[in-house]
Design a protein around this ligand. Sequence first.
Ligand code: FAD
Length: 531
Amino acid sequence: MSTTIYDLIGVGFGPSNLALSGALIDKWTTPSNDSEKSIRTVLFLERQPSFQWHPGMLLPGAQMQISFLKDLAMLRSPQSALTFVNYLHSHGRLTAFINRGSFTPSRREFADYLGWAARYVEDHGVNVNYGQEVVAIDESSDGLINVTSRSITDGRLNIHITRNLVLSPGGSARIPNVVLPLMNESSIVNRSTLLHSSEYKNRVAKLLQSITSSAAPRPLRIAVIGGGQSAAEVTMNLRNLLSNIPSGNAGHQVDMLIRKGSLKPSDDSQFSNEIFAPEGTGNWFSTSEQGREYLMAEYKDTNYSVVNPCTVAALYEIIYDQKVEETITARNSGVQKTPGPKINIRSHIHIASLKYDVGSETFTFTLRNALTREIFEHETYDAIVCATGYQRHSWIELLSDRLKKRFGIGSCGSDVPIRLVPFAQRATYMVETRDDSSNVCNTPDSIATTPSISSSTDNVGQQQVEPVNLYITRRYRLLPIASSKIESEETLKARIYIQGLEEATHGLSDTLLSVVSCRAGEVVDDLLSED
Ligand SMILES: Cc1cc2nc3c(=O)[nH]c(=O)nc-3n(C[C@H](O)[C@H](O)[C@H](O)COP(=O)(O)OP(=O)(O)OC[C@H]3O[C@@H](n4cnc5c(N)ncnc54)[C@H](O)[C@@H]3O)c2cc1C
C-alpha cells in the first residue's frame, strides 16, 4: 500500500480524464488566489498498457464524427497548449490541415493527437500508471478513499489513497442477451469467432485465420449484429479483408442483421447540433425527468443506432456495385468467375435464438422478420461480430457496499437499476417517489442509468424494478445522502465525481467529445471549491 495521499485519483485515462489533466495543468500554470484549495498530487490509473483511444475500431479510412475544434481544451480555453490546433502546429501540419478544407480529422489522426496530449500532461506533472485496472473502491477509516488496482502484467494488487476521485471509465461492450451465454464458451473464445466491435481490429486477423485454416477454400458467412456506425464500418472492413481470401466457386458473405427497416443516417445538421453545445448541459440538467426523456427521444438519432451519411453513401455504393456485377455475371453465364464478397443488409430482424455447434464450429441462428413474422431457421454463420454498442453502469460495481450506502444505493444487488437524479430536483423525487431511506431493492432485473425506469409492468408481463436514486450535482459530483453518517462512523470527506457516465442527467453530449473540455474545467473548479 502506497503511503502517498493523493489530492486526486482518476479511474481511466481516456479523453475525459486527459481533458481534466489539461484543465489542472492550466490551473497550475495560471497565477491564482493563494487561499484557493490546491490539487497538486494526481494519479490516473489506466488498464491499457499505454495511451490508446478505442484501438479496436481504429480502422483504415475511419473519420471523426465531430469538429476538430471540439478537442480536449478549445471550448474551455482556446489558449491552452492542449488544443488540436497546437498539435497540428507542433507537427508542422497546420497549413496542410487547413488545405484539406474539412473540420473532421481521420480517427487515426485524432487518436495520435490524444496520444500527444497524454505525453504532454505527463511531462507536466501528471502521473499516469498504465496497465493498472481498478478493481475496487472503498472508504478508508478516516473518510478518504482507497482505490485498489490490479497490475495487468503480474496481477499484483496496489492500494492508493486519495482525497478526491474522478471516475471516467467510458463504456463497456453491450452484448445482446441471446448472445451472452456463448460469450465465455472456451471453444469459441479460443477461435476468436465471436467478438464485440470494441475489440474488432485486435482480433479480426485471428477470427479469419480460425475460419479459414482447416478447410479447403469455401465461401464463408459472417454475421454483423447491429445497424449503427460501428456495424457499418466493420461490415465494410470485413468485406475488404475477405476479398483476399479464396472462396471456391461461390463468394463470401457478410450479413448485417439490423432491427430497423434500413440503415438510418445520423442527424448532424446545424440546428440539431446545438443540443451538443456546452450551454445545453445546464438546460438538460434543469429540465424535469419527463423533459429529459422527451429530449432524449427527440435527439436520439444524432448518436444512437445511426450511421454517418458519408458511410451510408459508401455502403450503398458497394451494394449497388454488387447488383451491377450480378447482372453482368448473369448475362455472361458461360464465363466462370468467382464473385467477390457480398454484403447483405437483413432488415427488421429479431434474433429468436442462437446456438453454437462445437463439431462444425459454426453458429446457427433462428431469425424472425419482426414485420412479416417470417421465420428463418438454420441460418448458419462461421463467425459473429456484435456491433451492439456500450453500457455505462459497470463502474457502480467497483464501489464497496459501505460507499454505496453513503450514496443511498447501499444493500442493492448488482442488478437493481440506478436512477441518476439532478440533486436540485431531489425534493421532487422524494415527493413523487419516496424518501431516500426507502431506497430499497426489489427483484433484480437490470441496471440502467436512465431516468425513465419506474415501477410498472413491462410488455412481457414481468414486474419492473423500482430504481434507486443516486444524486449528482451540475458539476458532476455524486452527493452522499444525509442519513449516510451511520452511528460512530466518520462523515465521508472525499469527493467522488463521474464523467461520461451521466447522459441521463447531463445530456447527449456526455458520452461524446462535445463537452469534454468544458466539463473538465467545471470538475476542476468544483474540486477547488470549499463547499
Ligand atoms: C469507435 C468509437 C468512435 C468514436 N468516435 C467519436 C467521435 O468521432 N466523436 C465523439 O464525440 N465521440 C466519439 N466516440 C465516443 C467516445 O466515447 C468518446 O469519444 C470518448 O472516448 C469518451 O472518453 P472517456 O474518457 O469518457 O471514455 P473512454 O475513451 O472509453 O476512456 C475510458 C478509459 O478508461 C479505461 N478504463 C475503464 N475501466 C477501467 C478500470 N476499471 N481501471 C482502469 N482503467 C479503466 C479504459 O481502458 C479507457 O482507456 C466514439 C466512440 C467509439 C467507441
